[in-house]
Design a protein around this ligand. Structure first.
Ligand SMILES: [Zn+2]
Length: 126
């Protein structure tokens, strides 16, 4: 009779407890790091909004007052690019800390085991 398919030895139990404790220690460190990344993401997000806002104001003025602000706008666009790539980096870091992976096609987070994106279906691993 095979009522107990698997025999659980004391060693297995101890091993399980140890790995649970280790992952808990790792998790609390990661949580702290996740908090930090969250803060800098929020900060970068509000900076990005400010940049878009001033770009919008410039576009408005350029049209309304018929002034050439293309150089100023170019500089803001450059800053927006910088901020966007910073946000992308922070999001990748966040995904790593949460044991997730980011889809290169659509930017959504997926569980680390996933082979295809849950959002757009793109292959996640090369
Ligand atoms: Zn995707």
């Amino acid at each position: 009779m095979e009522r107990f398919g698997r025999c659980v030895t004391m060693e297995n139990i101890i091993h399980d407890i140890k790995s649970t404790v280790n992952s808990a220690v790792k998790k609390s460190g990661d949580l702290l790091e996740i908090g930090k990344v969250k803060l800098s993401l929020a900060d970068a997000g509000s900076k990005l909004s400010d940049l878009y806002e001033s770009l919008g104001e410039m576009a408005y003025r350029a049209k309304r007052e018929e002034v050439d602000l293309s150089e100023e706008m170019e500089s803001v666009i450059w800053q927006i690019d910088e901020m966007r790539s910073e946000i992308k980096k922070q999001k990748e870091k966040m995904a790593e800390l949460r044991s997730q992976q980011i889809c290169k096609n659509c930017g959504k987070s997926n569980v680390i085991e996933a082979k295809y994106c849950n959002e757009c279906g793109a292959a996640l691993k090369d």
